[in-house]
Design a protein around this ligand. Structure first.
Ligand SMILES: [Zn+2]
Length: 77
């Protein structure tokens, strides 16, 4: 009888477990120019300039930001 626990994984599965990529090539590591951390994604502004990565960009509630910075708001009314 076949032992289902001893079936070798498909090579792609073995590569994914070993390197995290299907072809067994190690993924190129990219460093964020803003925070210096290794990252997988860059966030770009409208001019396609890198503004940060998943390690150093955070979403912030616009209303909270406005309320917390209201006392420093030097806009002319
Ligand atoms: Zn970053």
């Amino acid at each position: 009888m076949m032992d289902i626990n001893n079936i070798p994984d498909h090579p792609v599965v073995q590569n994914m477990m070993g390197t995290g990529t299907p072809d067994g090539e190690l993924a190129t590591e990219h460093i964020c120019p803003k925070c210096g951390e290794y990252c997988d994604f860059f966030y770009l502004d409208m001019d396609k300039e890198i503004v940060g990565c998943e390690n150093c960009i955070a979403m912030y509630d616009a209303e909270d930001y406005y309320l917390e910075h209201e006392e420093n708001d030097d806009r002319e009314e």
